[in-house]
Ligand binder design. Structure first.
Ligand code: PLP
Length: 424
């Protein structure tokens, strides 16, 4: 039984990720038969001998490579911990990745990745709008470290990306292309396969190949798997859909073994590791990830239909509403399996009207964040994107009448009733 814990098939039958979430990577024999993986709430691990400690350190620090079939020994929870490693193994399954690392927040996954892959003189290309924290990191701290950045507006499509990439490559080595698709809060999509082709062309002209990193927080991993569409890294704020209960902060980064090893080395050095209790909560959340995302997406569709028919609503940014005449429609069909449950809608009357609606909501909570079991609404221009200059906000569609909603798993009729009374 014990050697079955990493099996992904039964005979010829391939097991689906949602089935593997119940046990993959965990051997009950090592934990008194406990059905659930315990929270290994410990900072350090006891070595059997000094020689073993030396060997474990050599492996953890990358001085020696593991032999085929050999497992890295446990040293210290900033480097490794069973609960954390099992969470990493299971996220890698969802992402169709060779390896994964988890971090203390979505921002620490993004910052650790960018720090591990860029050096002074390099240039990062990024999509706009992008999460405010990522924007601040790229245009603030990293610029102070002489890591430059060139942005492109996601709604401008692949031409905008090509222009930005060419401009960046004239400034220095392009180290990372950081893309958020769909973007937040306007849900524009970026065609990852086309980006990869352009990156391949640039790679021939510089010393390093730019790494295509995708922040997949909005749709992944149920509705979008960027690694299957040419991305090198798939990053999450696990705080959102993956954690899914608005009770934790966490992040992750999945990709091939070599890239993840490079980023893990920096994570272990600067200490952006996740704690074991959060990893344990992530294991709990991964078991229900698919049904939660399915339920919230079904609910969101009903809420979108209600808003679409409402006379106060002037615009809805929801990938499920894309029509064939829109160039983004093809990207949606190729890249996404579903539209998710976080979207924005614009109402008549600007900020005053939007605030009135937000203040009248009873069931839907007025809070930032997204992807939890409960529905949340917020005002991007005054809250999550308030750091973006007003002219830039207008350009990217973050207008004063825009409200972002993250639909949870309540009865959709109740959410609609709440919105109806607030918009009346
Ligand atoms: C798309 C996206 N990426 C990254 C982050 C940062 O994640 P965290 O708050 O877990 O650091 C957020 C947070 O809102 C987000 O929405």
């Amino acid at each position: 039984m014990s050697n079955n814990y990493k099996k992904t098939t039964i005979g010829e039958h391939k097991l689906q990720p949602e089935s593997l979430m119940m046990g993959y990577g965990y051997d009950p024999k090592l934990s008194e038969g406990s059905i659930k993986c315990p929270n290994f709430q410990t900072s350090t691990f006891v070595f059997e001998s000094a020689e073993q400690g030396k060997h474990f350190f050599d492996v953890a620090s990358g001085r020696i490579q593991l032999k085929e079939g050999e497992k890295a020994g446990l040293v210290y929870s900033r480097f490794n911990n069973p609960t954390i490693e099992i969470a990493e193994n299971r996220i890698a399954i969802w992402d169709n990745a060779e390896d994964c690392l988890v971090t203390g927040s979505g921002m620490s996954a993004i910052s650790t990745t960018l720090l591990a892959l860029s050096k002074p003189g390099d240039v990062i290309v990024y999509s706009e709008p992008i999460y405010g924290g990522t924007d601040t990191l790229i245009n603030g701290m990293l610029k102070q470290m002489n890591i430059q950045a060139v942005g492109f507006i996601s709604s401008e499509g692949i031409n905008g990306f090509e222009e930005a990439l060419n401009k960046a490559s004239k400034m220095g080595n392009v180290s990372v292309v950081m893309i958020e698709t769909p973007d937040n809060p306007t849900n524009n999509l970026v065609d990852l396969e086309q980006c990869k082709q352009l990156i391949d062309n640039i790679a021939e002209k510089q010393e390093i190949r730019p790494v295509l990193a995708v922040d997949n927080t909005m749709l992944g991993p149920i509705w979008q798997q960027p690694l299957d569409h040419g991305a090198d890294l798939c990053i999450y704020s696990l705080t959102k859909y993956v954690g899914g209960h608005s009770d934790l902060i966490g992040g992750s980064c999945s990709g091939n073994k070599a890239l993840i090893a490079k980023i893990r080395k920096i994570r272990n050095c600067i200490g952006t590791t996740m704690d074991s209790h959060t990893a344990w909560l992530i294991l709990r959340s991964l078991e229900t990830l698919k049904i939660r995302m399915q339920a919230s997406t079904t609910g969101a569709k009903e809420v979108v239909d209600f808003l679409n028919a409402h006379e106060q609503v002037t615009r809805i940014d929801y990938p499920g509403l894309l029509t064939k005449d829109n160039p983004q429609y093809q990207v949606y069909k190729k890249q996404c399996k579903g539209a998710g449950s976080t979207f924005s809608f614009e109402i008549k009357g600007g900020e005053a009207a939007a605030f009135k609606v937000l203040n009248k909501l009873k069931l839907v909570k007025l809070a930032v964040s997204l992807g939890g079991t409960e529905s949340l609404a917020q005002h991007p221009a005054a809250m999550t994107h308030s750091g973006v200059p007003k002219e830039r906000r207008q350009l990217i569609g973050v207008t004063d009448g825009l409200i972002r909603i993250s639909v949870g798993i309540e009865d959709p009729a109740d959410i609609i009733a709440d919105l109806a009374q607030a918009m009346n």
